[in-house]
Write a protein of this length. Structure first.
Length: 187
């Protein structure tokens, strides 16, 4: 059976990790961006507000390469990955790295772009529980940069403004099922 990499992309506070936890109930293993960021954010004593220094992102990139090397070799499981990707060359390169990772391990690649209305996003990002996972609680992070635009055969754009994490995961699972059916039908 073919494995899948689901890539949840959205602004800080859209619910990527919470939706990933719902998908984990269906057998996906979570590899969220905080798993990769956490060692560096911990050493910076990140408070959810201050800016991360540029040199820290280089260390995070090194950790990410190690995780990606592992995932390239570990081909038996399906994963749900998460990230905030802005319209920058570095974030675009990261998107293609994840897509290439899926190809190299023989997995389906399914990017999910999570959309949210600005007012709801501002409410969610200020949730104090985000600090426990060393996540941004800075409202500026919800509006400062443009979310990356991209197109992909397996793309699902999902407005999560009024969805519970369980409902969002349900819609993603339906989308994954429809992709599987197309793949079976074509082969």
């Amino acid at each position: 059976m073919k494995t899948t990499i689901v890539y949840l992309i959205g602004r800080a506070g859209t619910g990527k990790y919470t939706i990933a936890k719902e998908l984990a109930k269906s057998g996906y293993i979570i590899c969220d961006n905080q798993l990769i960021n956490y060692p560096v954010f911990s050493l910076l004593n990140y408070d959810g507000i201050k800016r991360i220094p540029r040199f820290a992102w280089n260390a995070i990139a090194t950790i990410r390469r190690g995780i990606f090397d592992f995932l390239r070799d570990e081909t038996t499981n399906s994963y749900v990955m998460t990230n905030v990707l802005y319209e920058t060359p570095g974030d675009r390169a990261l998107f293609y790295q994840v897509e290439e990772l899926a190809q190299e391990r023989g997995s389906s690649f399914v990017p999910i772009k999570l959309i949210i209305l600005e007012e709801e996003n501002k409410k969610r990002i200020q949730n104090p529980e985000r600090i426990l996972r060393q996540k941004s609680i800075n409202v500026i992070d919800t509006i400062e940069n443009e979310l990356m635009s991209f197109d992909h055969l397996n793309l699902l754009e999902l407005d999560v403004t009024n969805l519970t994490p369980k409902d969002a995961a349900s819609q993603i699972l339906k989308h994954l099922e429809s992709i599987k059916e197309k793949y079976i039908w074509q082969n």
